[in-house]
Design a protein around this ligand. Structure first.
Ligand code: ZN
Ligand code: ZN
Length: 224
């Protein structure tokens, strides 16, 4: 399927106390879609899905932090679709000692495991859309970005004008910068960035804008 011609409809809901950007991304032609990072308020997310008339195929998590996964369980029950997470975060955050540290850091925890364990290079077909899985460790070991039809969902790896924290358990600043350098800014500059939180001046940006304005990219990546 040619993703250049497929068109993605994107709706953003800010959910939960951590104000996570939850995205509904769907194929304009077929109405099939995914939920990315349901950060709480499952009833609100379900209402948005129903009022848009979408058929959800997957629940996608950009990474294993509990704030991005709070509504996984309720949505999985209601929609009967699999939760997908990179295999490294599925492993890491299932370890009892890590779960404890992470719960302390974030002030919350979830107990779910992935139904589908994602790997770098995987492709998920959703209507005419294809979602490419790009492994971008650094914020967490199994952080990923989802790329579809020129849109990049970056979770807590890249924000508008900023990057994610690397001081939480499993994080690494060097690895985060390497992921952004090798896997993100190598994508076409017109790619639209949809971050996991609205921390910037605008809710979205483009890679071209980030290459000019994001100090982590200009000062740490391009300058080195
Ligand atoms: Zn996070
Ligand atoms: Zn987050």
């Amino acid at each position: 399927m040619n993703t250049e011609q497929a068109h993605a409809d994107i709706a953003r809901l800010v959910t939960g106390n951590f104000r996570v950007n939850t995205y509904l991304v769907s194929c304009r032609k077929t109405g099939e879609g995914v939920v990315i990072d349901p950060g709480g308020e499952p009833d609100r997310i379900l209402a948005a899905i129903h009022s848009a008339g979408l058929t959800i195929k997957y629940i996608l998590n950009t990474h294993g932090h509990a704030d991005h996964r709070l509504a996984n369980h309720d949505l999985r029950e209601a929609l009967k679709v699999p939760v997908c997470l990179h295999e490294d975060d599925d492993e890491f955050f299932a370890r009892p000692e890590i779960r404890k540290i992470s719960a302390k850091e974030l002030g919350l925890s979830v107990r779910d495991r992935a139904d589908v364990r994602l790997r770098d290079g995987d492709l998920l077909q959703v209507g005419e859309l294809e979602f490419a899985i790009i492994h971008t460790p650094g914020h967490s070991p199994g952080s990923v970005c989802f790329l579809t039809a020129g849109n990049l969902f970056t979770g807590d790896t890249l924000f508008v004008g900023d990057v994610g924290r690397s001081d939480l358990t499993g994080g690494s600043f060097a690895t985060l910068l390497q992921s952004i350098k090798e896997r993100i800014i190598t994508l076409p500059p017109e790619t639209v960035v949809h971050p996991g939180h609205d921390y910037g001046e605008t809710p979205t940006s483009t890679l071209a804008w980030e290459l000019r304005e994001n100090p982590y990219i200009t000062d740490f990546i391009l300058a080195s």
